[in-house]
Design a binder for this molecule. Structure first.
Ligand code: SF4
Length: 238
């Protein structure tokens, strides 16, 4: 194995980092001075290409306790699954737009649960909005519109719960992960297919989701290479 470091930037000479020094001491090797200009284009282009030594992703090896929303992300967009649950422990929203939508979905979920307990729609709305006294009137209106659209009878059935770590969590929480109703329907269908021959098996990290609105509500849209409209998010949201 060869480790290298930048030893000169312009005319300025740079020392090896403490880590390189530690490795050098631990292995008893010496640092070979760089031979400037030794790495030429022709030297690089002459290196023979070899096939990548990367194994295909094996869905069967996904940990058994992987939470449902992570599996749903895998079914919807492999890159979203990788960025949210493989490289991080959970997804993190990064923009006000996404946070507001996630909040709308949260309020809708609480409101829906209260309705299931027998409360009327407007009563449930008033009770939940009382939990967010700082909200401006325009934001409340947005929440009201969101809830009305969300409960128009075409949404999924959230009567089920998911068990995780000995506790049960309402499936209403999935609204926070997929605030857009059409995306929820799509991801639910794909999730259902995972246990069938039609379900996803591999992990193509160049795949862009078929539904373009999956990207607009995705926490990774600002830096994901597969994101649709990545350079023009604001006008897309408009
Ligand atoms: S921005 Fe789009 S392509 Fe990228 S991870 Fe999110 S959903 Fe997938």
């Amino acid at each position: 194995m060869t480790l290298s470091f930048v030893s000169a930037r312009g005319e300025k000479l740079l020392a090896p980092s403490p880590y390189i020094r530690l490795l050098q001491e631990a292995t008893g090797t010496t640092i070979t001075p760089s031979a400037r200009d030794a790495i030429t284009y022709s030297r690089v282009s002459a290196v023979p290409l070899r096939p990548g030594r990367i194994k295909d992703y094996d869905k069967g090896k996904m940990p058994e306790d992987t939470v449902r929303e992570a599996r749903m992300d895998y079914a919807l967009c492999p890159m979203k699954y990788l960025l949210s649950y493989v490289l991080e422990k959970y997804p993190v929203y990064q923009s006000d737009f996404q946070m507001q939508y996630a909040l709308n979905a949260l309020i809708s979920a609480i409101s829906h649960l209260m309705e299931e307990q027998g409360m009327k729609e407007d009563e449930a709305y008033e009770a939940v909005m009382a939990l967010f006294p700082w909200m401006r009137r325009a934001q409340k209106r947005q929440v009201y519109d969101y809830i009305s659209h969300d409960l128009d009878g075409h949404d999924l059935d959230y009567g089920n719960r998911t068990e995780c770590g000995g506790r049960y969590y309402t499936d209403e929480r999935l609204k926070l992960h997929y605030p857009n109703q059409d995306v929820r329907t799509e991801v639910n269908t794909r999730y259902g297919r995972l246990n069938t021959p039609d379900g996803r098996k591999g992990l193509d990290l160049y795949e862009a989701p078929e539904r373009q609105d999956a990207c607009s509500f995705c926490p990774h849209v600002a830096y994901c290479r597969n994101a649709r409209y990545v350079g023009d998010q604001e006008s897309y949201y408009d």
